[in-house]
Write a protein that binds this ligand. Structure first.
Ligand code: NAI
Ligand code: MG
Length: 335
C-alpha cells in the first residue's frame, strides 16, 4: 500500500479530549512503516450544541475513507455517536481485553481474558417505541449476526492461540433470540474442534467474574450483556482507566477506551490516559504495526509496575500529562 496511513481522530467530549491528546502525542513520537495523516473531526455533545448534530454524515463518510479511526469519548450523545458509528460502519465486533497490570491495585492481579461483544444488533439496535402504558425495546438477534461474531471469536482464538471460548447468553428465558446465538456458537464449533467450548448464563457469569475469573479465556456474547460484563471486567482489574477496546468490521476499525466522558473529573488533568493509549496500541496491531503496538503496551506496563507515576484513579497523585510523558520516555527507550 502506498501513501500515508489516513487516521480519523475524534476526541469528543470531557476527558475524551484529554486522553486523546496523550494518544496523539504518542502517535507523533513513534515511527511507523508509513507516514501518518491525521484528520481531526468533531462529534458528541459539544458538536451537537455547536452544529445542531452530534455526528454529521460528512464525519461518517470521512471515517469510511480512512484506514482507521481513534475515538476518545462523548457524553450524553453516546447513542447518537458511537452506537450509530458501529451500525453505519458495520463494526460488528467489539473486542475488550480484560487484563491485570502489575502495580495497579485491583481485585485480581492475574487476569487475562477477552470479551468479544456482538456490536451491531441485540438490544441496542432494535429501537424503542411508546406503548399504551410505557415503552418497549426490540432485541434483534439474527442468524447471520450470530454466526459472524461467533466465527470471528473462533478465528481470533485460533490466531491468538487461546484455548477456550465461553458463550454467554440467557437462552433459558430468551429462548428464541439467545437460542439462535447459542446454536450458532455450537454449530460453528464443528469447524474448530481444537478449541474448548462451554456456555454460561449471563447472571451466573457476572458472579463467576468475581468468584472465579480464572475460568475465562475468551467470552463471546450479545451486545448488552457484553457492555455490562466489560465494565464489570474493568472493575476486576483496576477500573475503566485501563480498559481499551476495538470496534472492528471487515475492513475499518474504531478504537476507543471503554470509559465515557467522565464529567466528574473532566478538565482537571487527572484522567487516566492508559485506556486510550492501549486503544491506540490495538489500532496499530489492526493496521499491521504490531511491533510498535507491543512497544506501547510494554511502556504502559513498565510505568504502571514502577508505581511512581499513577493518576488518582490508580491511587497516585500524578496528572494525565505526567503519566503520558513517562510512557513516552519508556517508548523512546523501547520500553
Ligand atoms: P464514565 O466512564 O464516563 O465514568 C464512570 C466513572 O469512572 C467516573 O467516576 C469517572 O470519573 C471514572 N473514569 C472513567 N474513565 C476514567 C479515566 N480514564 N480516568 C479516571 N477515571 C475514569 O461513565 P458515566 O459516568 O456512566 O458516563 C459519563 C458520560 O459518558 C455519559 O454522558 C455517558 O453517556 C457517556 N459515555 C460515553 C461512552 C462513549 O463515548 N463510548 C461510553 C460510556 C459512557
Ligand atoms: Mg459501556
Amino acid at each position: 500500500m502506498s501513501g500515508p496511513y489516513n487516521i480519523t481522530v475524534i476526541p469528543g467530549d470531557g476527558i475524551g479530549k484529554e486522553v486523546m491528546e496523550s494518544a496523539i502525542q504518542i502517535l507523533k513520537t513513534i515511527k511507523l512503516k508509513k507516514p501518518v495523516q491525521l484528520t481531526f473531526l468533531e462529534a458528541g455533545d459539544e458538536c451537537l450544541k455547536k452544529t445542531g448534530t452530534a455526528l454529521s454524515d460528512e464525519t461518517i463518510q470521512s471515517i469510511k475513507k480512512s484506514d482507521s479511526c481513534l475515538f476518545g469519548a462523548v457524553g450524553e450523545t453516546a447513542a447518537d455517536v458511537i452506537v450509530k458509528l458501529r451500525q453505519e460502519l458495520d463494526l460488528y465486533i467489539n473486542l475488550r481485553p480484560v487484563k491485570s497490570y502489575p502495580g495497579v491495585d485491583a481485585l485480581y492481579n492475574d487476569i487475562d481474558f477477552i470479551i468479544i461483544r456482538e456490536n451491531s444488533e441485540g438490544l441496542y439496535s432494535g429501537g424503542e417505541e411508546e406503548i399504551p402504558d410505557g415503552a418497549s425495546a426490540t432485541r434483534i438477534i439474527s442468524h447471520k449476526g450470530s454466526r459472524r461474531i461467533c466465527k470471528w471469536a473462533y478465528d481470533f482464538a485460533k490466531s491468538t492461540n487461546r484455548k477456550q471460548i465461553t458463550c454467554v447468553h440467557k437462552a433459558n428465558v430468551l429462548k428464541k433470540t439467545d437460542g439462535i446465538f447459542k446454536k450458532s456458537f455450537y454449530e460453528l464449533h464443528k469447524k474448530y474442534p481444537n478449541i474448548k467450548v462451554n456456555d454460561l448464563y449471563v447472571d451466573a457469569t457476572a458472579m463467576f467474574f468475581i468468584t472465579k475469573p480464572e475460568m475465562f479465556d475468551i467470552i463471546v456474547t450479545t451486545n448488552l450483556f457484553g457492555d455490562i460484563l466489560s465494565d464489570e471486567g474493568a472493575g476486576l482489574v483496576g477500573g475503566l482507566g485501563l480498559m481499551p477496546s476495538a470496534n472492528i468490521g471487515d475492513t475499518i476499525g474504531v478504537f476507543e477506551p471503554v470509559h465515557g466522558s467522565a464529567p466528574d473529573i473532566a478538565g482537571q488533568n487527572i484522567a487516566n490516559p492508559c485506556a486510550m493509549i492501549l486503544s491506540l496500541a490495538l489500532m496499530l496491531n489492526h493496521i499491521g504495526e504490531n511491533e510498535i503496538g507491543k512497544i506501547i503496551e510494554k511502556a504502559v506496563i513498565s510505568v504502571l509496575s514502577e508505581g511512581e507515576t499513577l493518576t488518582p484513579d490508580m491511587g497516585g497523585t500524578s496528572t494525565t500529562e505526567d503519566i503520558t510523558n513517562k510512557i513516552i520516555e519508556k517508548i523512546l527507550k523501547k520500553a
